[in-house]
Design a binder for this molecule. Structure first.
Ligand code: SF4
Ligand code: SF4
Length: 168
């Protein structure tokens, strides 16, 4: 396995240098069967994710728009000991697509790269970067958009390039 890289400055420089390479990789992956690709990504992700500490990063908390369900509104409001209505008024807004989202980026609950409500964080926070899910191929564009931001994505993608025999 490749050494794990967690230096976000290094990853951002690499991301700029590898823009064309990653475009070629996206095309290359189209030739691989989707189920086979998912199995490879899941296996790599299972090895890499435990080696990267999200609480030292917070990259996605600084850049992503987070959707919040009504159940999560209630759950986090309870955790903060305020009413769901007060939570909604203080922290949420409706997106142009009609979804309920956090009303700031970076997220209100990020402090010194750590989540202040970690045990109660939203489903979307837990699911990102979605590398444990099926249909990696269908999400490839979105995944590579976050390649510079997320050390998990960076390391999984670089290992995947090696495992599938990709050469630029
Ligand atoms: S709730 Fe926590 S994990 Fe989710 S975006 Fe905010 S700070 Fe990050
Ligand atoms: S999911 Fe990626 S961007 Fe988000 S905190 Fe973890 S390593 Fe950082």
């Amino acid at each position: 396995m490749l050494p794990i890289i967690i230096d976000r400055t290094y990853i951002q420089i690499q991301a700029e240098q590898k823009l064309d390479e990653n475009d070629s990789f996206r095309s290359f992956l189209q030739k691989i069967d989707s189920d086979e690709l998912d199995a490879m990504v899941h296996a790599i992700n299972e090895k890499i994710t435990p080696l990267i500490n999200c609480t030292d990063c917070g990259g996605c908390c600084r850049q992503l728009m987070i959707n919040v369900t009504p159940e999560e509104n209630i759950k986090v409001a309870n955790h903060l000991n305020i009413t769901p209505q007060a939570f909604k008024e203080k922290y949420l807004e409706e997106s142009m697509q009609g979804k309920i989202i956090m009303n700031t980026i970076p997220c209100h609950f990020l402090a010194d790269s750590k989540c202040m409500i970690y045990e109660n964080r939203f489903t979307e926070c837990r699911a990102f970067p979605h590398l444990h899910e099926n249909n990696f191929k269908g999400r490839l564009f979105g995944t590579l958009i976050h390649y510079a931001m997320c050390p998990i994505i960076y390391n999984v993608v670089e290992q995947l390039k090696l495992d599938v025999g990709f050469t630029d």
